[in-house]
Design a protein around this ligand. Structure first.
Ligand code: RUB
Length: 306
């Protein structure tokens, strides 16, 4: 087992790597370094190492179907191959990871191209947490010469909103930073809400950073469009077969280190935004209704259902 897989899983668990895309990329990069350093002598032992890596990575964070789909796909390439030579198989792991990352990068560009069209001159865009995909859309719109402002929440308890705020400032965007509980006070001043996604279920509901569903309700109340930006591979196939997407519950210390011990402190990392509150899902295939995501998945990524 390459130490890097263990180290990567730990970094993911500690939020040193955050955001679904970054988590997925870190995970398959760890498989690449496993492929480079493996001492496995047989196909069977390489597969055993890969399976151990899969368990470590899957357990790093619960609500990460993009990472699970990515790792599964890479390992499937080895399982489906008739190759017996370990060096060849290790090369296959490396090349497959590379291919997956290229596909992910292409999706990101396509999403940015599509999403940027929804941003008009003079808009104020509301976002929550830090989504590298949302940031990329905003950067693209800016490059296209659009003039707009961003309002972002700080995103308690881990303050990922600060990453977004700094990114927006570095792009030269006029940016307003608010506490999460101020969302309703600002909803009337904005034009559109755009958030990322960690998971999309078969029914078209979206799992994203805790507070996203509250913001969706507020957007609905204020009659502002609420868009979710998501690569299709954030779809969780297990939800099609009845599983609920598991919501990661993090350590209470993230909220209040010195909290009285008898106090029940809860720290769910994500919540579920029901599809009825979502205007559209901006993905690499276009802007789709949440209800259509499963169908689009079947068409574009049939292997996810295998
Ligand atoms: C991050 C978060 C992001 C999504 C999408 O949560 O909820 O909106 O992961 O990000 P955390 P991306 O900080 O707990 O990982 O678009 O980069 O995949």
């Amino acid at each position: 087992m390459g130490e890097t897989v263990r180290a990567t899983a730990e970094r993911i668990g500690k939020l040193e790597v955050q955001g679904a895309r970054n988590v997925a990329v870190a995970a398959i990069k760890a498989l690449q370094s496993l492929a480079k350093t493996t001492k496995a002598k047989t196909r069977k032992s390489l597969l055993a190492e890969l399976c151990e890596a899969r368990t470590l990575l899957f357990n790093a964070r619960e609500t990460e179907p993009l990472m699970r789909n990515a790792v599964r796909w890479v390992i499937n390439q080895v399982e489906d191959s008739d190759e017996r030579n370990v060096t060849e198989l290790a090369d296959l792991v490396y090349a497959s990871s590379e291919k997956f990352q290229k596909n992910l990068a292409a999706s990101k560009e396509r999403i940015a191209e599509i999403g940027a069209k929804r941003i008009r001159d003079g808009y104020t865009i509301f976002t929550h947490c830090h989504s590298s995909t949302v940031s990329h859309i905003l950067a693209r719109a800016k490059t296209e010469g659009k003039i707009f402002e961003v309002v972002c929440t700080e995103t308690r308890p881990a303050f990922q909103g600060r990453i977004t705020a700094k990114e927006m400032l570095s792009l030269g965007m006029k940016t307003t930073f608010i506490v999460d509980s101020a969302a309703r006070s600002f909803m009337h001043e904005i034009d559109v809400v755009v958030v990322g996604a960690d998971a999309v279920t078969s029914e078209g509901n979206v799992v994203n950073k805790i507070g996203s569903s509250t913001i969706a309700v507020l957007a609905h109340e204020a009659r502002k469009p609420f868009y979710v930006v998501s690569e299709l591979l954030k779809f969780d196939p297990a939800t099609l077969y009845g599983e609920y997407e598991r919501i990661e519950e993090r350590n209470r210390d993230e909220i209040w280190k010195e909290a009285p011990l008898e106090l029940n402190v809860r720290n769910p990392a994500f919540d579920v935004t029901p599809r009825d509150l979502i205007h559209g899902i901006i993905c690499e295939e276009g802007i789709v209704a949440p209800q259509s995501v499963a169908e689009v998945m079947h068409r574009i990524y049939p292997w996810v259902f295998e």
